[in-house]
Design a protein around this ligand. Structure first.
Ligand code: ATP
Length: 381
């Protein structure tokens, strides 16, 4: 499975579907989708494919176009250009009720005057299924969401997390071709969110319906999804399995959006990232003659009291913050830049550092981007 970079996608949007293997069945295919609100381009030539049976996250900051894309796939909004295929069929012109999509939205409330059972049965009754079949399917779903004892309750008698579980059962009841989830846990508190994430992942493994999950929370996307599509300003910035995006971000935006990262600007020139006692030459930027930025995750840095033979930066410990399983170290480099280092508890105990100590910071892995262009090259020490 290959990961497409933002520039590859911009050059050849049709290649988006090849981010999955060619023989893979496609659950959702979005092709060259565009949407304007007045002169504002909310969705700009977006293409991607969700393999059948996978759970894929659409991840991006507020306003990046996530909900608009989801609404267009659902048929709740129309695109200015491009198309949508659902399980191989062109759905671009189909009305919402004929698309076979189930959706769960953050504020897509349950029917207040209906019990849990009636809410889940709603879509099946619209389809005019025989009563015994409806009852059987509702029981099956109540069991799936582990709420068999709650069938007679009204939404006001449920917690927020339970309501969203019922909303999911209601969406799944008519056996949709695809499931669309728009920040379904957005209104819940952090602990319940956490529980529901792992619950949703387990549930998805069981029902395996092709699902697209909108979130602005990187942690949520990584915990839940098989693949992640990162959006920025209405465009796809990068897509691929979470670990690949994390380890090989295609642009500074992706690197910064996917977790804490130290950015050391202007420390390198002409494609040569210069460390204190060694020069690193990133292979794909050697031709370039310009400024680059070095990106290093806190857990990819180590510190030592002495030079250890590896390329390193000298620095001074400013602060130590114990964070349970690890310690966050703030180290000031000679030019005044602060870097964050994540140290394991044992390593921290060995070093016994205190603020003011002189240290040497060694990157185990780093990423170099040309300052002007999102071209990346890996360098692992
Ligand atoms: N009906 C509308 N009329 C005008 N502008 C709109 C409309 N719907 C969305 N937009 C704009 O389009 C852009 C994308 O909106 P969208 O809701 O898709 O973003 P999002 O990534 O889902 O954001 P959030 O995480 O905040 O929900 C935003 O700038 C938004 O203001």
């Amino acid at each position: 499975m290959s990961v497409l970079t933002a520039s590859e996608l911009r050059r050849e949007p049709s290649r988006a579907r090849w981010s999955i293997e060619e023989e893979t069945e496609v659950g959702i295919l979005v092709r060259d989708l565009s949407k304007h609100f007045g002169s504002f381009r909310a969705v700009d030539n977006v293409s991607f494919a969700v393999p059948a049976g996978q759970l894929v996250a659409l991840l991006g900051p507020s306003g990046s176009g996530k909900s608009t894309i989801l609404r267009i796939i659902a048929g709740l909004d129309s695109a200015d250009g491009g198309g949508v295929e659902l399980t191989g069929e062109d759905a671009t012109a189909l009305p919402v009720q004929r698309r076979g999509v189930g959706f769960v939205f953050q504020h897509y409330a349950l029917f207040r005057h209906m019990t849990v059972r009636q809410n889940i049965a709603f879509g099946l009754e619209v389809q005019k299924l025989p009563r015994p079949d409806v009852a059987e399917r509702v029981d099956e779903l109540l069991e799936l969401i582990q709420m068999s004892g709650y069938a007679g309750r009204y939404p006001s008698q449920l917690s927020g997390g339970q309501r969203q579980r019922v909303a999911l059962a209601r969406a799944l009841a008519p056996r949709p071709k695809v499931l669309l989830l728009d920040e379904p846990f957005g209104a819940l508190d952090a602990r319940v969110r956490d529980e529901l994430r792992s619950w949703l992942r387990r549930l998805h493994d069981e029902v395996q319906v092709t699902s697209l999950f909108v979130t602005h929370d990187q942690q949520e996307a990584f915990e839940v999804a098989d693949q992640v599509i990162v959006l920025r300003g209405g465009r796809v910035e990068q897509m691929g399995p979470p670990q690949e995006l994390y380890e090989r971000p295609a642009s500074p935006f992706v690197a910064e959006f996917l977790g804490t990262v130290n950015v050391l600007r202007d420390r390198s020139r002409g494609g040569v990232a210069v460390l204190d006692n060694g020069a690193v030459v990133p292979h794909s930027t050697t031709e370039a003659d310009g400024l680059v930025s070095v990106y290093v995750r806190p857990h990819d840095l180590d510190v030592d009291r002495h030079r250890n033979g590896h390329p390193c930066w000298p620095g001074k410990v400013r602060r130590l913050v114990p964070l349970g399983g690890h310690v966050r170290l703030e180290v000031e480099l000679p030019d005044g830049t602060d870097v964050l280092v994540q140290l394991g508890r044992d390593r921290h105990a060995d070093l016994a550092l205190v603020p003011g100590d002189d240290v040497f910071v060694t990157p185990r892995a780093l990423k170099v981007f040309l300052a002007a262009e999102p071209t990346a090259s890996d360098y692992v020490i």
